[in-house]
Design a protein around this ligand. Sequence first.
Ligand code: RIB
Ligand code: CA
Length: 320
Amino acid sequence: MNKKPVIIDTDPGIDDAMMLIYAFASDALDVKLVTTEAGNLSQAKTSYNAQALLSYLQVDVEIAKGLEHPILRPLEVAEDIHGETGFGTITFPAPTLPLSERGAVEAMRQVLLASDEPMTIIATGPLTNVAALLLAHPEVKPHIAHISWMGGSAVGGNMSPTAEFNAYVDPHAAEIVFRSGVRITMSGLDVTHKAYVTLPEVARIRAIGTPFAQRVEQMLTFYLANMHETPFHTPNYSTTLRFHDLCAVIAVTHPHVFSGMDCYVSVVVDGQAAGTTHVDYMGRTGLLPNAHVLHTVDRDAFVDLFVDAVTRMNERVQDA
Ligand code: RIB
Ligand code: CA
């Protein structure tokens, strides 16, 4: 199978960790670079977490540190959901993978220009790094096939009544990316709240029975206990886990698992509604669509893909 060359921009965080496990277990992706965002935690913590997790997964990939804070707004983190370390109560052995000497923007620029085919960027945090790249180096745009972003929401936010966390933390970056002309698939809360995993499905991971599987299950248990969302989409929301970031990567490997619509999306950048993504489902703006906005998912297929990925990664990880 021809693997799709991708760059992953992430702010690990527990659901980012699940996305990374899936991405590196997938036969469909060739992850050329991981860049880290300030979002769920500070840049220092998300960079360290990327090093620690990917070292534990025994993968060999460049990890490049991103910008320290959003373009204009002060950084707001989500340690209440992901824990002080970002992985709940679990820790990983000291990382062996170093941080790249290149910063995230320069690493993305060079990797994109060196690729012999246009690449996909999978972004699962605020879009600060991606916006900075597109502003500083517009020459990379033809080298980006597609940005698959977890963020935004057409109906309802999780940081304010209308703003989702990744868009809320850096609304200016999100607006810059939506104006960039690069093709975007948006996995907003409309679809991620339907991409949930139930406790019996988490038990399938526990049943694998290895230290790796126990770490995954412990992260999920912490995540469930600390999610404050009460999404109207999700039945039994208090006993289900919304796998936000996993949507952005599975939308790349298995797009048929989702359905969505091409819409014009813009981002409110200031005031009480800052971070709100206005999704023009009905074409009321008269503006051409700039994103494919996902709204439904085949949840059974989604969960099976995740559990299969954990199982495959488990076979590769000789527990440190
Ligand atoms: O709103 C959900 C998003 O915010 C996810 O990317 C999660 O990791 C947090 O960053
Ligand atoms: Ca994230």
